[in-house]
Design a protein. Structure first.
Ligand code: ZN
Length: 220
């Protein structure tokens, strides 16, 4: 099977080349904070510090509650974004019916059990059935789901499912490899444990296609 494969950086370059045409929405960093939410969250954080035997009034911590409040809003900004709309904004009719793979997409997320980070890489492939999506939309959709409180398993499924629902492709494959700070810093204290999750559908349930995908992401 001939394959169209790009890593994330190449995808961004491709998107940038396409920007003269139709795709202007590469990574758009959102630094928009709700002032009321910032104030309320900061108040709670300020309440936590003395319980950790810290002095919230000392110089280094003085602005920490507000910083944490903005940081948490940034890291969970995916709640305010609609991944379906992102995909639908760049759908194109195309006869191409080979595998399209975007690999090595960096992910940063927060585990919902400890609010500690997990981070790693996502590899996303699909086989179109008449419709393709602008390549930069795939990392964006990954980002929208990652910027929420998550477990890696659900993150993997959500990416597969939104691509299936919107593109109605012949198949979708998602593999995520991540390390979890909650495992590394506390609990098991396993420093090098990489957690791998995968979700497949359609053609990728068939052994040859799945094997081709795994080979392309160097997991065979
Ligand atoms: Zn955790």
């Amino acid at each position: 099977m001939s394959t169209h494969s790009l890593n994330d950086r190449e995808t961004k370059q491709a998107a940038s080349c396409a920007s003269a045409g139709h795709d202007h929405s590469r990574y758009r960093r959102q630094d928009i904070y709700d002032e009321a939410a910032t104030e309320t969250i900061a108040g709670h954080v300020a309440g936590i510090l003395p319980l950790l035997d810290e002095d919230p009034a000392r110089e280094g911590l003085f602005k920490t509650p507000a910083r944490v409040a903005r940081s948490l809003q940034f890291l969970t900004q995916g709640y305010g974004m609609d991944p379906e709309a992102i995909l639908k904004s760049a759908l194109f009719e195309e006869d191409y019916s080979e595998m399209i793979l975007v690999k090595e997409i960096e992910i940063f997320s927060l585990c919902e059990h400890h609010l500690l980070p997990f981070h790693g890489r996502a590899h996303v492939a699909y086989i179109p059935d008449g419709k393709i999506v602008g390549l930069s939309k795939i990392p964006r959709v990954v980002e929208v789901f990652a910027r929420r409180l998550q477990v890696q398993e659900r993150l993997t499924l959500q990416i597969r499912d939104v691509l299936s629902d919107v593109l109605k492709p012949l198949g979708v494959a998602v593999v995520i490899e991540a390390i979890h700070l909650c495992m590394m810093m506390r609990g098991a204290e396993k420093q090098n444990a990489v957690t791998t999750t995968s979700a497949m559908s359609g053609e990728f349930m068939k052994t040859p296609t799945r094997a081709e995908f795994m080979r392309l992401i160097n997991k065979d």
